[in-house]
Design a protein around this ligand. Sequence first.
Ligand code: X8Z
Ligand code: ZN
Length: 612
Amino acid sequence: MKSHAISLLALAGAMAAAVPANAQDAPAPAAPASSAPQTAAQFVEQAEATYNQKTIEQAQADWVYNTYITVDSEAVTARATADKDKFNVDTALKAATFAQQPGLSYDVNRKLSRMRTLIVQPAPSRPGAAEELATLTARLQGIYGKGKGTLKGQPINGSDIEAAMGENRNPAELAEMWTSWHDNVGKPMKADYVKMVELENAGAKELGYADTGALWRSNYDMTPEQFAALTEKLWAEVKPLYDQLHCYTRTKLNEKYGDGVQKASGPIRADLLGNMWAQEWGNIYDIVAPAGAGDLGYDVGDLLKAKGYDPVKMVKAGEGFYSSLGFAALPQTFWERSQITKPADREVVCHASAWDIDNKDDLRIKMCTKVNGDDFITIHHELGHNYYQRAYNKQPSYYLDGANDGFHEAIGDTMALSITPQYLVDIDLLDKSRVPGADKDTGLLLRQAMDKVAFLPFGLLIDRYRWKIFSGEITPDQYETAWNQMRLQYQGIVPPGDRPADAFDAGAKYHVPAVVPYTRYFLARLLQFQFYEAACKQSGWKGPLHRCSFYGNKKVGEKMNAMLEMGASRPWPDALQAFTGSREMSGKPMLRYFAPLTAWLQKQNKGKTCGW
Ligand code: X8Z
Ligand code: ZN
């Protein structure tokens, strides 16, 4: 397979070099195969078949590794990853030579461009480099998957510690879990991470990018500079709302814990926010709930437990939402092959993910599901990936992707925004008599903002931090100080105690060792409100936006499918327009959703000095 690909590329290169640059203006040649446009088309067609095959082989190996971490599965996935990466780098280099040629068709041009931008981890072409890079990456993922912290001195695994950070209200125990997790998981990764960055950057330079960060930013149908500027514009739109939420939450934490734990001014202690990474704060809604009108009368996790839901039943409920929009049921193999709960007898990567093993219909999720509200949302999120993958499965291989990666992350969350009190009644989780009245709107919005708004700076800073590592602005000896500085700058949070200079706290967040670009989640946080607002409009909803559920609306499903089935075949503004009518990513729909809460927060914060 590999040698076939290389000889094909060499041949295509030789043919391209032999064709004069103005060939597209010449009369139709006798042998069509020698004209430049057609040569490029042939190259793309053959590369696409190999790309498809290598993607499948890598996914199979990676699935085994992620659901059964051993030295052998690590070696197998590293081999498959290296093989795919080498092919992708070869193709990208070749694509660059073809891309210069005029007269190429739209699809050949777009595929050539995608070949050059879709690589996340480019290995240098020197022999052995791809294997070295893939081995480092597999090892880092394994460290994360096997990672443990402690609670009261006892070891506690990743999915348990994540849940405990949401429920525990003891500041000493929270600090212990937070610190042990960051020490045990992040720190051992540092040396490998430094080597990995060096290799990726060398690969990115060979491909003609300034560094790996520039490569990541080039995958959005615009220049890397334009993309960085777009994220800055979007952040500026929503930052004032974050600042209000931060200010209000700090006051409430100060009231609960006192000055000794959380002061009324300055940054917030990261471990008090109900999440290991302080990325979503909904778990501490009980602490911030508005006095008097804060009790929503239900908690989704409690409802699920009361109705006897188990993880599989939770996934069935998620599937039910998509079915109600007209999407076909998940295939039988989904239920046979998914990992829905944590296996008791082996190490796995618990961080939730969705898979499309054969680029057709072998769809799966991998979770360590717990019966709680967070995981109910996560199930809808992961299924969004699966239904997207299935919707575009008729596209050619180089288009088997979201319109951009933010779209992929936003679909399931859009559905989850429809999990309103009335929806919970509709699926028989909540009793009709317990639907909170209009006097609870502030509470409902605040509960939602604690997850959605709180996330925004986190969604942005993970990659801004990595972009600086890739560009060399942050050097290895500054990994820890720069991380803490950026966490403070963007989120206004601090660790529960001083951090050692040789720590690597960023490594304790899954996407850093797993090398998953993160700006996608920032974009998705905004896009999901764009999609949701559009869906609610399509369904004719007239009430307050946050009470809208488009559950059961086939018209929305059809329109959604029209966007999803495009895959990556067109620039993302086309896809956005297909569903929302707009060609711009924007924070405005999110601001409209939260407008009543914004006014309320401003009132609560009146007279206080916000910021940190
Ligand atoms: O990683 C995820 C998904 C898998 S794509 C569970 N998310 C981000 C995170 O957990 O950090 C979803 C929200 C943000
Ligand atoms: Zn996702």
